[in-house]
Design a protein around this ligand. Structure first.
Ligand SMILES: *[C@@H]1O[C@H](CO)[C@@H](O)[C@H](O)[C@H]1NC(C)=O
Length: 308
């Protein structure tokens, strides 16, 4: 009897001790202080943002923190870093955002410059860039995200029958109880190993947010998890674990974006020029090949004539 009591007391002690350790499971860069437990992240010199570590951290805070870490030369991977002053990285369209008090993006963003643009609730630019006087009357909500994932090769076939449930389950578990019902459609192409996941909410729904989950997943696949726990995002389908090798996120907003072709024209012109050049080159090759063939044919004909 005594032994049981001692064991119980020890267990209670251990439970109490573990409840006291104060960490931020949803943000590896956070610093936490105990009594009472509160966690913050640095988003500027002496600027701390208080975090709710029971939830995914709003993307706006995360981008701000990442920009600050970059400006300090701290690696946002938590490892490695700039090997040289001139080293460059592909910074995935990141900027230093303005956040609202609740962590939402300000509708108008300027990246600390005189050039401004309007963003959606995912912080993604949805208008042309303008000057400081640009008006963005409201933050337009992203109600649909498409996560286009490619998984690493696996042995055997992927059990597609359970794919949707398995993906929804993995998303629900990993991204802090993300509502499974919002996983609308999952499609799979075995040849390209591509999984297309459509996550969609009703237009007007302001209770659920899709963009934080999408951002965490993007980081999971492209860089390293934002979570304290560095386990990979690896949905289990049947008895197979699918490790992801790439991700592309599309955002669909409640209102269509107003980006005009003008700003895309550089890239599009380049593509058109390349295509036109390729076509011209192809035609030239064909033309000369034909001509040579004709010449040969003519010569052969001539010889035949002479022989006669
Ligand atoms: C924002 O500014 C930073 C540095 O000032 C720059 O590296 C980054 O490319 C800018 N981002 C955008 C989207 O303009």
């Amino acid at each position: 009897m005594m032994k049981i009591w001692i064991a119980l007391v020890l267990i209670a002690f251990a439970a109490g001790a573990s409840a006291q350790t104060c960490t931020c499971e949803t943000m590896k860069w956070a610093t936490c202080e105990e009594n009472p437990c509160s966690c913050t992240i640095l988003i500027g010199d002496n600027r701390k943002q208080l975090l709710d570590c029971t939830q995914l951290i709003p993307k706006c805070y995360l981008m701000k923190a990442e920009m600050y870490r970059r400006s300090k030369g701290q690696s946002y991977r938590g490892f490695g870093g700039k090997p040289d002053e001139n080293a460059i990285v592909d910074n995935d369209g990141i900027y230093d955002p303005e956040c609202e008090n609740d962590g939402k993006f300000r509708a108008k963003q300027c990246n600390n410059t005189d050039q401004c643009w309007c963003v959606n609730s995912a912080g993604v630019r949805r208008t042309d860039k303008g000057d400081k006087d640009l008006k963005c009357d409201k933050l337009v909500e992203t109600y649909w995200v498409r996560l286009q994932l490619v998984h690493k090769p696996v042995t055997g076939e992927v059990a597609t029958a359970n794919l949707k449930a398995a993906i929804a389950d993995a998303i629900h578990k990993r991204y802090r109880n993300f509502n499974k019902d919002l996983v609308d459609k999952v499609e799979y192409d075995p040849d390209s190993r591509m999984i297309v996941v459509d996550v969609k909410k009703e237009m007007g729904n302001r209770k659920s947010d899709l963009t934080h989950m999408a951002y965490y997943m993007e980081k999971d696949v492209k860089v390293l998890p934002l979570f304290k726990n560095q386990d990979k995002f690896e949905p289990t389908i049947g008895n197979q674990k699918l490790e992801m090798e790439s991700i592309l996120v599309y955002y669909v907003d409640e209102e269509a974006p107003t980006i005009t072709m003008k700003h895309l024209s550089g890239g599009i012109i380049a593509v058109i020029v390349v295509v036109v050049l390729a076509v011209v080159a192809g035609l030239l090759v064909l033309f000369f090949a034909r001509r040579r063939q004709n010449q040969r044919y003519n010569k052969a004909q001539q010889r035949e004539m002479e022989a006669m």
